[in-house]
Design a protein around this ligand. Sequence first.
Ligand code: NIG
Ligand code: FE
Length: 409
Amino acid sequence: MKTVIKNLKKIYTSEGKNALTGSDQNTVRIYCNNDIEIENGIIKKITPNISTENDVHIIDGQGCIAIPGFVESHTHPIFFGTREDEFVNRIKGIDYEKMTEKGGGINYSIKKTRDASDKELSDTLKRNIRKFIKNGVTTFEAKSGYALTKEGELRLLKILNQYKQETELDMKITYLGGHLLPKGRKKDDFISEVIETIKIVGQRGLADYFDVWVEKIAFNRDDAALMINEALKNDLKIRIHTNELSCFGGGLLANDLDISSFDHFDFYSEEELNIIAKKGINVTLLPLTQFSLGEENYPNGKKLIKRHIPISLSTDFNPGTSYSSNIQFLAQLAFLKCNMNINEIINGLTINPAVSLGLGDRLGSIEVGKQGDILIMSIPNLESIFYSIGMNNILYTIKKGKIIYRRNI
Ligand code: NIG
Ligand code: FE
């Protein structure tokens, strides 16, 4: 099956299979008036005036621009129930941390998720991912973490794995066993249960990553290290939530442990930056979370990039702190609040998260040999993504050369 995308004004993309940082993160190649040929899902040609035989499927780019499909590397899409009241109360001044400690917040989602049926959870998951596709996501990472018992988390992971079989998107799965100590549980018992679950997850191959929240209201570094060591022994790679609410020092875990990504990182110490920069570990910034919490602690992306740390950006989609799948608004926030420029942000939404998920060899850029995961956006230039606040400019989301979302104008 051959597809040719014609009538594109410009194509903007990074090049290569590696994460970009330093001045390289500020590099985007621009093709003017080129077509793209995709055969069996893989890009074969990027040149002007590609000739088309009869059996070729033609996509009309309508004089728009093309960029690589967004790679969303941090989401919590499987849960039941929503938390509008909490959002409204937060804006009235109720503190997220105190509310969580009293048994609200994540604990509320845990109760609703445990009580939901498989069908309710799988329907919610599908609905959430459809919203991502509409917003240009062609690859995503999905975390469990709203059941927090052995059986409950295995159930969430099973539903995520079933979805992975049927979705047209590329998908990575994370067991977020260390999301929070559920209200009423003793810490040592809970960590033992997580360790027991990690063994099963590893044996059954139910996840690619393990995740733990290293923060005052969740787990400290010693707790996290116990879980991470077991996860590494069981062939799971590690992504970590940390420094979302305060400078808690989760980054120091990189001193002794192999970590694929530190996520949130709204706060950081020099000591953490030193070790993360030395090891070249990816940091995933989630400014929509700060926005939804009504906070102003936006991370300074440029400072990290200058230290040659590769930066990814993600929505952190979840029912509590970031109920948004709007990647373009995320890009705008990063531009306005995180001291990052346009090219750095585009690479932070495409090649860098692809590499952090171990997919940089086939995803994250529009290049010959990579998968035909492409967004056609109905705007005249890249700057317009940032200028059109809150708008969805996606005309087509294309996965492996096939249109999976088409906006009805
Ligand atoms: O990434 N930090 C931990 N977990 C989520 C919040 C989850 C919730 O409030 O439901 C986050 O912000
Ligand atoms: Fe998160």
